[in-house]
Design a protein around this ligand. Structure first.
Ligand code: ADP
Length: 335
């Protein structure tokens, strides 16, 4: 029996038009603030491939959400003038989904797979020959009569992003021959620069001091910065005020974000470790269960920021709250 045609689970951004928060997404390298080392490496990689008239090699970006991994993939597609097709690990449910995506690529395309760590392991395996030799091994039939046929794929570049590097199998990791790049958190000054650029696109006036104030509460993360800027703009607009420091303070109070940029969930994590487990060590799964949250959310979204701020430490026996965390929650620190 012939398999029914598989739906193409990618998005062609040219056809789909505006996608997510694309208005604020940098469309030029100059607007992509920070991550200079990664940019320098990418320039060389892309230029060298262009000079050899070759397809750029496969690239992996990793780091917490909202740091600019997807944006880099878009910029690479612009820089190389190649079409980008976008999909994500969880959207690819069957081997056939990935086979259909790969066979629908045009020569030179960039395939972006977000959250690649959520790709099923048996689906992942068909990526190996695709990445290594641009071929696709398909098994036809079942049992003793099953046979493998090999399809030639057009040359393409896979750009993948993950928030959980440790969940990627080593055969997959090793196939990103162009390089694996870790995105770093941004400095307050870089975030303030991003806020000023976004403010001018949104046509709101924000002075230096105010943008730095928003930056300080933005988890060192551009996506959070843009989110906070938009919420501050809303309050200023509704109250017919300027977007000044006072508006920022009020907006963040309403959103439950404190002076360190901690959300309510961040604070609950700290107070669970401190109050229920005497400051730790305690396993992440136990903290997640106590808060009825997914441990993957805590690990991907909250923990990197809490560690970056020096509020918790990861030890072999579990997570521990630091003296700074006790102070922030105004609890007496005891060793
Ligand atoms: P990720 O894929 O890592 O989750 P995105 O690339 O979707 O993050 O970035 C989230 C948003 O943050 C983007 O839409 C963009 O507006 C903004 N952004 C990310 N990185 C930068 C940067 N380096 N400079 C300016 N804006 C950025």
């Amino acid at each position: 029996m012939k398999n029914p045609p598989q739906p193409d689970k990618t998005i062609d951004i040219k056809k789909e038009g505006v996608f997510l928060d694309q208005t604020l997404r940098p469309a030029k390298w100059n607007d992509y603030i920070g991550q200079q080392d990664i940019k320098n490496n990418l320039f060389i990689l892309l230029k060298a491939a262009e000079e050899r008239s070759q397809q750029p090699e496969h690239i992996l970006f990793y780091g917490p959400p909202g740091l600019g991994k997807t944006t880099l993939a878009y910029l690479i597609s612009k820089e190389t003038n190649k079409q980008i097709k976008i999909t994500s690990g969880p959207a690819i449910e069957k081997v056939g989904d990935l086979a259909s995506i790969l066979t629908n690529l045009s020569p030179g395309d960039i395939l972006f797979i977000d959250e690649i760590h959520r790709l099923n392991k048996n689906i992942e395996e068909i990526l190996y020959p695709a990445m290594e030799s641009s071929s696709l091994d398909i098994i036809i039939g079942k049992g003793p009569s099953a046979r493998t046929i090999q399809l030639e794929l057009p040359p393409f570049t896979l750009i993948a992003a993950t928030t959980r590097m440790s969940m990627l199998s080593s055969p997959l990791r090793s196939r990103f021959s162009g390089g694996t790049f870790r995105l770093e958190f941004y400095s307050d000054e870089e975030i303030a620069q991003i806020i000023k650029r976004s403010a001018s696109i949104l046509e709101v006036d924000v002075d230096e001091e105010t943008s730095l104030e928003i930056a300080k509460r933005s988890r060192f993360t551009p996506r959070t910065a843009n989110f906070l800027l938009k919420r501050c703009r809303d309050l200023a607009q509704v109250n017919k005020n300027d977007l000044d420091k006072e508006t920022v303070t009020k907006t963040l109070e309403m959103l439950g974000i404190d002076t360190l940029g901690l959300s309510q969930l961040d604070r609950q994590i700290l107070s669970t470790i401190i109050d229920k487990f005497k400051g730790g060590p305690v396993g992440l799964g136990t903290i997640a269960a106590a808060l009825s949250e997914e441990s993957s959310t805590l690990e991907e979204v909250n923990e990197p920021y809490l560690i970056q701020l020096g509020l918790i430490e990861r030890t072999p026996r579990g997570r521990m709250a630091t003296e700074k965390a006790f102070k922030h929650l105004k609890v007496k620190f005891e060793k």
